[in-house]
Ligand binder design. Structure first.
Ligand SMILES: [Zn+2]
Ligand SMILES: [Zn+2]
Ligand SMILES: [Zn+2]
Ligand SMILES: [Zn+2]
Ligand SMILES: [Zn+2]
Length: 594
C-alpha cells in the first residue's frame, strides 16, 4: 500500500538505518502520512531506540531526600541533592511566588538550540515529583501518581487506596506487590490482571475471585494453579474438585509458609509452560498489534495502553482517548496529534518532542513542564502562556517569524551527542542530557545496560545514595510462617535476600511497615524476603519485552479447523522466537480454553 500526500507524491515503505543502533527499520506509507500531517521529518532512530530514549527521562522509582529550595521544607524528590538545578516542593512550584518568565533567554543563533534549551532547563525550578499532590492523601512516597489514599511506594497509578509496592496500578484497593493492574482488590503478587478480587501469585487473569498461582483465567473463582480456564470454579491444576475437596486441598498447601510458597512458585512455573499462550493479551480491540491493550483500534506496536485510535509506538497509556498519536509514552487522558512525547496528557493537542505537557496545552514543541500553554517553543515550567520561546514572551507576529528560523537553525547547526548522533529538528531530547542516572530510569527496566555500557554511551550513571542504616536481621532468619511472626519484626532492618548482588537496584535492606504486617496477617501469607525494588524487578521479568516479532502460530492440534496441517496463521507477538512458551493464534487459543 502506498500513501499519496498533498502534493501527489506517492510514499512507499522505506528501509532506514537507525542512527543509534545502526539496525534497519521500516517507515511505512501511513507513517509518512502522519509525519506530513504533523509537519515533521520522519524519525532517524528506530522505534526501540526512540522508546529507550524517552524512558531515559522517566525516573519513577529513584526517590531521594532533599530540601525545597524555596520554603526549605524537607521533601522527597526524584532529583538528588547534587542535581544541578533548583527543586521546589509541589506547593511552592504551583504557587505564584515565582515566574518562569524571569528565566527567559534570547535565542542565540551562534549556539545549538538544544544546548540553550537545557541551559534554561537547569535554571527553572522543577517540582520535586511528578504527582498531583493536592489529590494525594497520606501517600507522599508515590511518584507519577494522582488521587491516591494511604498508598506507599506505588508509582504510576491513579485512584488507588491502601496499595503498597506496585507500578501501573489503577482503581485498585487493599493490595500489595502488584504490576500493571486495574480494578483489583485484596490482591498480592499479581501481574497484568484486570478486575480481580483476592487473587494471588497470578498473571493475565480477568474477572476472577479467590484465585491462586493461575495464568490466563477469565470469570473464574476458587481456582489454584490453573491455566486458560473460562468460568470455572473449584479447580486445582486444571482438574475439577467438589467444593469440600477443594477447600480441604487448599488448606493442605499451607500458604502461610515461605518455604511452601517458594516451592509452589517453581511448580506452577513449569505447569504454566505446558499450556499455549495467546499471542497477545488484550480486551476488546480491533486491528491492533502490540500487547496489554484494551479498547483500542487501528493501532500498531503499542504496549500497555487503553483507548487508542490510529496510533503507533505508544506505551503505558493509562487512559485514553489517544488519537492520531505516535511515540507517546505515559499517560494520556484525551490527547490528539502527539509525536514523541513523554508524561503528558489531559486535553493536549498537537505536541511535539516534549516532556510533561499538561492541561489543555496545544501547539507545543521542544518544551518541558508546560501547563495550559499554546504556541510554545522551547519553554520550561511555564503556565498559562502563549507565543513564548525559551520562556521569553513574543507577539504573535514575532513568534510566527522566529519559529521557522529556529527550525532552520536546528537543521543547520544541530546538537551532536558524544556518540556522534545528530539531533536536527525532529528528534526527542538526547539521553546524555537527561538529569537522571540511566540506571534509575524506566529505560533500565526495559533496555538494561551495565554500568560500563551506560558510560560508553555517554549517559549518566547514579551511585546509590549513602545508606546509614544497620541491618539487624537476615531475611532467612525470619520465621517461616506468618503465624510465627510477632510485632518485634517491625523494629528490624531486614537484609534483602539478594544482598545487593543482583542488577535490580537492590536496596540491600528493608523494613516491614505496620500496614504490611497487617496485610500479610489478614491474607495469611508469609513475609517477602526481598526488598521492594527486587520484588518489582521479579514481577517485571514475568512480562514480555516491549517488542514485537513476526511469528507463526505453533499449533499442530489435529482437532482444530486446520486439521492435519499445522496452523498457518501469522501474527505480531511479544513472545520472542527463542521463548520457551507455546504461542497460539486467537482461534487456536480459544479452542484450548476450557
Ligand atoms: Zn535503533
Ligand atoms: Zn516549598
Ligand atoms: Zn533487594
Ligand atoms: Zn493457530
Ligand atoms: Zn490450532
Amino acid at each position: 500500500m502506498a500513501y499519496i500526500c498533498k502534493n501527489n507524491m506517492v510514499y512507499q515503505s522505506e528501509n532506514r538505518i537507525c542512527q543509534n543502533c545502526k539496525k534497519d527499520f521500516i517507515i511505512e506509507p501511513d507513517d509518512f502520512g502522519f509525519y506530513e500531517k504533523m509537519s515533521v521529518p520522519p524519525p532517524t532512530f528506530c522505534p526501540d531506540c526512540r522508546l529507550q530514549r524517552r524512558l531515559a527521562w522517566r525516573n519513577e522509582r529513584g526517590l531521594h531526600h532533599r530540601e525545597c529550595d524555596l520554603c526549605k521544607k524537607k521533601i522527597i524528590s526524584i532529583y538528588n541533592e547534587d542535581y544541578k538545578n533548583t527543586v521546589y516542593c509541589e506547593k511552592c512550584w504551583w504557587s505564584d511566588k515565582w515566574d518562569a518568565e524571569d528565566y527567559a533567554i534570547d535565542i542565540d543563533f551562534s549556539k545549538t538550540f538544544l544546548s540553550q534549551l537545557f541551559e534554561l532547563f537547569y535554571k527553572v525550578p522543577a517540582p520535586n515529583l511528578f504527582s498531583i499532590g493536592m489529590t494525594m492523601i497520606n501517600s507522599q512516597y508515590c511518584n507519577m501518581a494522582n488521587d491516591m489514599k494511604n498508598c506507599y511506594l506505588l508509582h504510576d497509578g491513579t485512584f488507588d487506596e491502601n496499595v503498597s509496592y506496585g507500578s501501573g496500578v489503577f482503581y485498585t484497593k487493599d493490595s500489595q506487590d502488584i504490576t500493571m493492574v486495574r480494578k483489583c482488590e485484596l490482591c498480592y503478587e499479581i501481574v497484568t490482571c484486570i478486575n480481580c478480587y483476592k487473587t494471588f501469585f497470578s498473571q493475565n487473569c480477568e474477572d476472577s475471585v479467590e484465585v491462586y498461582f493461575s495464568y490466563g483465567l477469565r470469570g473464574c473463582n476458587d481456582c489454584f494453579g490453573c491455566v486458560n480456564l473460562h468460568k470455572k470454579s473449584y479447580h486445582i491444576f486444571n482438574e475439577s474438585y467438589s467444593k469440600e475437596e477443594y477447600e480441604k486441598k487448599l488448606k493442605s498447601f499451607e500458604l502461610d509458609s515461605h518455604k511452601n510458597i517458594t516451592l509452589l512458585k517453581e511448580k506452577v512455573r513449569d505447569f504454566w509452560k505446558k499450556f499455549p499462550k495467546k499471542y497477545y493479551f488484550g480486551v476488546q480491540n480491533t486491528n491492533v498489534t502490540g500487547d496489554y491493550l484494551e479498547y483500542s483500534k487501528n493501532s500498531k506496536a503499542c504496549f500497555g495502553a487503553a483507548n487508542l485510535e490510529d496510533s503507533r509506538f505508544c506505551s503505558f497509556v493509562s487512559n485514553g482517548p489517544v488519537k492520531s498519536t505516535y511515540d507517546f509514552t505515559h499517560y494520556g487522558d484525551n490527547v490528539e496529534l502527539i509525536n514523541e512525547c513523554l508524561q503528558s496528557g489531559n486535553g493536549i493537542y498537537n505536541i511535539k518532542y516534549s516532556w510533561g505537557i499538561w492541561s489543555n496545552s496545544n501547539n507545543v514543541s521542544y518544551s518541558i513542564r508546560v501547563v495550559v500553554g499554546s504556541d510554545v517553543f522551547g519553554c520550561v515550567g511555564i503556565k498559562k502562556k502563549q507565543y513564548c520561546i525559551l520562556n521569553k514572551q513574543y507577539t504573535k507576529e514575532e513568534y510566527e517569524e522566529l519559529v521557522p528560523k529556529i527550525i532552520k537553525h536546528m537543521n543547520d547547526m544541530p546538537y551532536i551527542d558524544s556518540k556522534g548522533s545528530v539531533y536536527k529538528y525532529g528528534e526527542f531530547f538526547p539521553t546524555e542530557l537527561s538529569p537522571f542516572g540511566y540506571n534509575e530510569t524506566t529505560a533500565q527496566e526495559y533496555f538494561f545496560l551495565k554500568q560500563n555500557q551506560v558510560k560508553e554511551n555517554g549517559y549518566n550513571w547514579r551511585e546509590h545514595d549513602k545508606r546509614n542504616y544497620k541491618i539487624t536481621k537476615n531475611s532467612e532468619e525470619a520465621p517461616d510462617s506468618i503465624t510465627e511472626i510477632d510485632d518485634s519484626i517491625l523494629d528490624e532492618v531486614i537484609a534483602c535476600e539478594h544482598k545487593g548482588t543482583c542488577e535490580e537496584n537492590c536496596m540491600t535492606a528493608f523494613r516491614i511497615l505496620p500496614e504490611d504486617l497487617k496485610f500479610y496477617r489478614r491474607m495469611n501469607l508469609p513475609l517477602s524476603r526481598l526488598c521492594p525494588n527486587c520484588r518489582h524487578y521479579q514481577r517485571l521479568k514475568k512480562r514480555n519485552p516491549l517488542k514485537l516479532w513476526h511469528r507463526r502460530c505453533m499449533c499442530n492440534k489435529k482437532n482444530h479447523l486446520h486439521g492435519d496441517k499445522n496452523c498457518e496463521i501469522e501474527f505480531e507477538t511479544s513472545y520472542a522466537p527463542d521463548s520457551p512458551e507455546i504461542v497460539y493464534c486467537e482461534k487456536c487459543y480459544q479452542q484450548e480454553v476450557y
